[in-house]
Design a protein around this ligand. Sequence first.
Ligand code: HEM
Length: 430
Amino acid sequence: MSLPHGPRVIPFLHNLKWRGRFLEFLEYCVGRYGDIFTFRVIGSRPFVVVSHPQAIEEIFTAPAGYFDSGKANQAFRALLGNNSLLLLDGIQHQQQRKLLLPPFHGEHLSKYGQIICGITQQEIQQWAVDRPFAIRPQVQAITLRIILQIIFGSQQESSVESLNQCLSELVDSFISPFWWQRFSFPQKKQQLDRLVYAQIRQRRQETACSTPDILSLLLSARDEAGAALTDEEIRDELITLIMAGYETTTTAVLWALYWVAKLPQIREKLDKELCSLGSHPAPSEIARLSYLGAVCSETLRIYSITGFTFDRVVKVPLSIMGYQFEPGTVLSPCTYLTHQREDLYPLPKQFQPERFLVRQFSPYEYYPFGGGNRRCIGMAFAQMEIELVLATILSHWHLSLVDDRPVRPVGRGVTLTPPLSLEMVANRPN
Ligand code: HEM
């Protein structure tokens, strides 16, 4: 089978990603080979990078049976467990997805606003005034507490604290590029499993639960045959939701803070919009602000957090934009490249929230959360969380960058994040 052209063989994809040169390389490949090209990397199957909106549309709207994605996500099995939604395909994926969707929609979603604003307010009280500090750990503390509270509820503050500690160490050991840090992964995973299973068992024994958190919803969920989920299935899905939702939203909030600190005109417009709501606005009012929404959309466009969606492994012979693909071919929709197209986003390297106020983009032109039957189930929740955390921080602090030089994104696991050392200074707004 002949695949589209592409660079010869790339020996060190991981190194490229990690050193922050990967994005430039992708852009070079589009310039050299066009909208569809093949990456051949030592030690893995070749994959075809696609980014033209027409190709993205053809992939996202194809019947579910045309592709597998779980197959391509097996690297996460050790962390997420055999029953994780990310690893499933076909009917099993469809059924599990149906069980996991309700907590992220409708009335459930509207209850999370207060939790997000409350936790953010508590955490940012402790920030040092007028002294440089690393911003990542501060944002991580907020996003991790939010996701843990939404999943486990507020009943067991102390267990949630232990989970909090254990999870950040586990993520660091899982995605570390250094083998000696990855060495501690099995031990950290065991520790985490003990904590999560203890929560599940304890909650099964409770007759009534005052907070309808995700754990309770999963405990009461039944499939079409009326069967409940096992402890192991629940464990795997809880860890999946935490892992899928924690690094991604941390990274998004960090980028939003970076752009707002970097570009004073954006800060001014946001301040004006936030002030128009008066003091103590409801989270639902904040989430409706149009400029705030545009700033968050532009944040997710410019570096697109994950860079790619999940891979799609072709199951039946099919044609995409005139190219014929055989079963087994791996297609990689590249969010980053689509979001950098000049024809869609003039001056794509510039942070311009206004582009989202003057034009509506199709789900194949703008897709930070992927699409089709694998679209991120946390999308609405994540958008709300980024907006509310950002608005709450900006209402309390004026943040500036310690070093004003432009930063380059670095790879951390599957995310493209500001450098871990990014420092800011917080002052009270005037
Ligand atoms: C800025 C934040 C986030 C971004 C950028 C993001 C992005 C993505 C992307 C690109 C995918 C793959 C979609 C595809 O291949 O078509 C995905 C899948 C997924 N995301 Fe998110 N995500 C975010 C937050 C969250 C949150 C908060 C949760 C849950 C708490 C979550 C849970 C999931 C799950 C479970 C999947 C797998 C869906 C499936 O396989 O059917 N994500 N996300």
